[in-house]
Design a protein around this ligand. Sequence first.
Ligand SMILES: [Zn+2]
Length: 434
Amino acid sequence: MQTLWQDLCYGVCRLVKQREGVFGQFMKTLSAILLLWSVCTLPQRISAQTPARTVIAANVVLDGKGGVLRNTRIVIEGGRIVAPDPKAGPVNYDLRGLTVMPGWIDAHVHITWSFGKDGKNASFGTESPETAYAAAANAWATLRAGFTTVQSVGSPLDLPLREAIRQGVLPGPRLLTAVEALVGRGEASGTPEEIRVFIRKQKAAGADVIKIMASGGIRQGEKTLSQEQLNAACGEANKLGLRTLVHAYRDAVPAALQAGCTQIEHGIGATDEVLKSLAEKGVYFDPQTGGVILNYLENKERFVGTLGFPATLEGFAPMSELPPLAHDIVRRALQVPGLKIVFGSDALAGMHGHNAEEFIQRVRIGGMAPMAALVSAQSLGAEALRMSDQIGAIAPGLQADIIALDGDPLKDITAVRRVVFVMKGGVVYRHDAR
Ligand SMILES: [Zn+2]
């Protein structure tokens, strides 16, 4: 296309040089129009490379809701799934021998956090050209790992990244963002009215969700927002139709429940009674099995002395006591009938592209059934995002977010590490040679 356009430009320029007068003026105008057309339609012409109709052949398809389809073909048109149709053809992607399923949804990531050029953790308030490029690289790594939708819980880099991905300028998962989290600081967090103003400000800025930090440290940290403040935050979000993700431990969990918040993150120290109440009220729960803590320990030289982390390496020692607490909450949560446990990896610097490790840990440590673990990042994850009509299943009308694994995750959950095919919205981003 580029060569053709260069030839055309060259030809037009020569003609303009040769001819004077009205014809020359006409050719100049035509040339300008062609140039404008070429620039303006470039994105459409690139995306037009996506075929209007695509057919995937598969012999095992997990439908994202717990069902399995066998020996079928998935028809995709305009980026959406038309229907499974065993007779459809011609086949564009033959994924027989792989396990095909809806792309995964990660409800809790920090997609813009990375290790900076000095090798140290670059997260809160360290935005720079380097961290912006690193965020783009994180998005690509996450998408290649099979995550076609992620929810980033707040960073100044989230919005531009979300828009770049939405416009197809950068490859990455469909990104939802909290824009700026409400960080509980006791009285300093503001009056209930000030908190309501803060929530409205996030909505106006384009937030898809509200993130609230309602607890201090993992082990003993107190509640950082009063009941009145939490009521204001989640009450205002509910009024605006926004979901709320609340970082909460121990007594902050029932407080968030009482405030009408819609999803609890982490939840260490929540009692069985509180977990039952979450199930009764239909509040989503997103505990992690400790991967984030192991990542801190493995990379302590990179985290030490950065904002929010111990100043010395010795300061990391108490962290090794935390994984059992994380295992405990996941194990107990899985015993609660009807509790809606969604998938959230808490991926931050060092973890992007390895989000799927949380599946393995939930199955191995928590004893979660592999199918339930996958569904928590598919139809259940979509429901928690209020996007069931868009993503999370292989069903007519939904976005063609389709991945394939080399192996059977129902028999060996480590197959989640072997993503070999990724399609998002009908566009293929990964198709490894076989
Ligand atoms: Zn987090």
